[in-house]
Design a protein around this ligand. Structure first.
Ligand code: KIV
Ligand code: NA
Length: 275
């Protein structure tokens, strides 16, 4: 782990070269992310991306720990952050500390992320004072989808002040960086100027101190999920569908397995017609 930046190293990159961040949920993808990113997030998006859940609300501590352990084995150079799942920290600082400590002890992550600004400031302060580095997350906070009434852009018009206050509260409580999700570009710029710690944008602004995306989204692993803020760097869904269709055709036509895949089989020449 010698190569990984610490949360304070990440904080010190405020205003510097953009921080490159992606999610990861498995060891092989963590290895790919590790080669190019400053920070790997085991996001609770894992529930929707890999487990077919309709929202992040059903994600459990056990899921975060299992995926965290898998990601840990694939990282060497990137800072590892694990999301606190819905219900694991909102009761109060003690509950949050108990679950954050469990995530750190059982996965080896260096920091946790939790959603909320003003309402979570006391909890963030409590964790940071006890050795748990915390990444904040404001703007669109998917664990509050029911309270927010959907996954809409946050901080439009007068609502901008709320998002700014939330970001300032998270940073003021000691968060080493703050994710800004799905807010207008001008607001993300304002928040980035106002905060003493890096802002990490997703659906926010190129002016943020860093960017993050869900790795499966940017790899194009979904045919049916194309939000405006995701740039697809590959179309792996189409590639995988074509590969599976070709396999199915080969099996049905007895083209697979071929001679090169067999053990101790008769030579094709011996079973073919004489010259
Ligand atoms: O769970 C997640 O993937 C996240 C990022 C999108 C910030 O919280
Ligand atoms: Na998340």
């Amino acid at each position: 782990r010698s190569g990984a930046p610490s949360p304070s190293d990440i904080r010190a990159r405020k205003g510097g070269a953009p921080l490159v961040c992606l999610t990861a949920y498995t060891t092989p993808v963590a290895r790919m992310v590790d080669a190019h990113c400053d920070l790997a997030l085991v996001g609770d998006s894992v529930g929707m991306v890999l487990h077919g859940l309709p929202s992040t609300l059903g994600v459990t501590m056990e899921m975060m720990i299992l995926h965290g352990q898998a990601v840990r084995r694939g990282l060497d150079r990137a800072l590892m952050v694990v999301d606190m799942p819905f219900g694991a920290y909102e009761e109060g600082p003690e509950q949050a500390f108990r679950n954050a400590a469990r995530l750190m002890a059982e996965t080896g992550c260096a920091a946790v992320k939790l959603e909320g600004g003003v309402a979570m400031a006391e909890t963030i302060r409590f964790l940071v004072a006890r050795g748990v580095p915390v990444m904040g997350h404001v703007g669109l906070t998917p664990q509050s989808v029911n309270a927010l009434g959907g996954y809409r852009v946050q901080g439009k018009g007068e609502d901008a002040e709320r998002v700014l206050r939330d970001a300032q509260a998270a940073a003021g409580a000691g968060a080493f960086a703050v994710v800004l999700e799905k807010i207008p570009d001008p607001l993300a710029r304002r928040v980035t100027e106002a905060l003493p710690v890096p802002t990490i944008g997703i659906g926010a602004s190129p002016a943020c101190d860093g960017q993050i995306l869900v790795v499966d989204d940017m790899l194009g692993l979904f045919a049916d999920f194309k939000p405006k803020f995701v740039k697809r760097y590959a179309e792996l869904d189409a590639t995988a569908r074509e590969a599976i269709a070709a396999y199915a055709q080969d099996v049905r036509a007895r083209r697979f397995p071929g001679p090169e895949h067999l053990f101790g089989a008769a030579e094709p020449a011996r079973v073919s017609a004489p010259e």
